[in-house]
Design a protein around this ligand. Structure first.
Ligand SMILES: N[C@@H](CCC(=O)N[C@@H](CS)C(=O)NCC(=O)O)C(=O)O
Length: 314
């Protein structure tokens, strides 16, 4: 149990009425023990699945469909990056047909023996390409995107300078978004109590990142320049989602409307048909007819996109 007290900048407790009050900030009196131990009952939105050890918790094989590309994922921002790319590849005429299976991370599917064999880090998205003589396993959304872009020769320029700039922004996204999701989103939307210190720290960093993008997009149509690339597809579900008010109910709190260039770009990317399609794949929440747990052909996506377009939910 943690008691909240006022602590002065010098560390004295109970400073009411002294000069130090001005400098006082709200702190908890939690003192980390010598050795951290796992408190399984600490609450929080992910308490039932998060744990401090890797490896599988149960035996279960992954299912396999007819196409060479087998995706195991969920329609979170990290999952949508890959399904948006796959739908963009298909729309551009590449033979990127794929089977997609929903991994229910709140039920612990990411800890099955089959999933851990393709991603020892137990996080979606993960993929297997059965195309080559020896199947290739793929995990980490950025790695999957580069693999697919190279495989099909699309959305990642072969020009050295343009490729480097696209990679800069792809890696920027991979390094930056955990501050938004694991930092800001976690403490603002999911933590069992609202704590000012982490919310302040991560709101500031999230706004700084939005400003980085806003300045880049002030004089570039797309993130890495004049060409739409995997950098846009990786950044859109996170920062486009924030700008369009889809994430953490935080549009007003973060004043996302002030990032005008991000908003312009987010609307432009959001209007793309393959983006709408990719956002629907592996959806496991919302009205039943708007969900799409598995995707095996274009027709599976057509059905859900049509309904969601009519309702304005994609
Ligand atoms: N860096 C990874 C992050 C993937 C990730 O955090 N996935 C989350 C869902 S968005 C997950 O699978 N969480 C399950 C868990 O933490 O047990 C990537 O980009 O692929």
């Amino acid at each position: 149990m943690v008691r909240t007290v006022l602590i002065s900048a010098e560390g004295d407790e109970d400073v009411a009425g002294t000069d130090a009050t001005q400098k006082a900030c709200l702190m908890t009196e939690y003192v980390p023990p010598k050795v951290w131990t796992w408190d399984q009952s600490n609450g929080g939105a992910f308490a039932s699945t998060n744990r401090p050890i890797a490896g599988p918790t149960h035996e279960a094989a992954l299912r396999r469909g007819a196409h060479p590309l087998q995706l195991h994922s969920l329609a979170t921002p990290n999952g949508q990056k890959v399904t948006i790319l796959l739908e963009e590849l298909l729309a551009a005429g590449h033979d990127a047909e794929y089977d997609a299976y929903l991994v229910n991370i709140s039920k612990g599917d990411q800890f099955s023996s089959g999933f851990v064999a393709i991603n020892p880090n137990s996080k979606i998205p993960a993929m297997i390409d059965y195309g080559p003589a020896e199947p290739i396993r793929l995990f980490e959304s950025g790695s999957i995107m580069v693999y697919l872009a190279d495989k099909f020769g699309a959305f990642l320029s072969k020009d050295v300078a343009k490729r480097a700039e696209t990679m800069n922004w792809l890696f920027w996204q991979m390094g930056s978004a955990p501050f938004v999701g694991g930092g800001f989103g976690h403490f603002y939307a999911y933590a069992p109590e609202k704590l000012e210190y982490p919310i302040n720290r991560y709101a500031m960093e999230t706004k700084r990142q939005l400003d980085v993008l806003d300045r880049q997009l002030a004089d570039h149509e797309f993130i890495a320049g004049s060409e739409y690339s995997i950098a846009d597809m990786a950044i859109f579900p996170w920062y486009g989602g924030l700008a369009l008010g889809r994430s953490y109910n935080a549009a007003e709190f973060l004043d996302v409307a002030s990032y005008k260039n991000v908003l312009r770009w987010a609307r432009q990317v959001d209007a793309r048909e393959p983006v709408k399609r990719g956002r629907c794949v592996n959806t496991g929440h919302g009205p039943e007819d708007e969900q799409l747990h598995e995707r095996h052909s274009a027709a599976d996506v057509d059905k859900v996109v049509t309904i969601r377009k009519q309702r304005g939910t994609v």
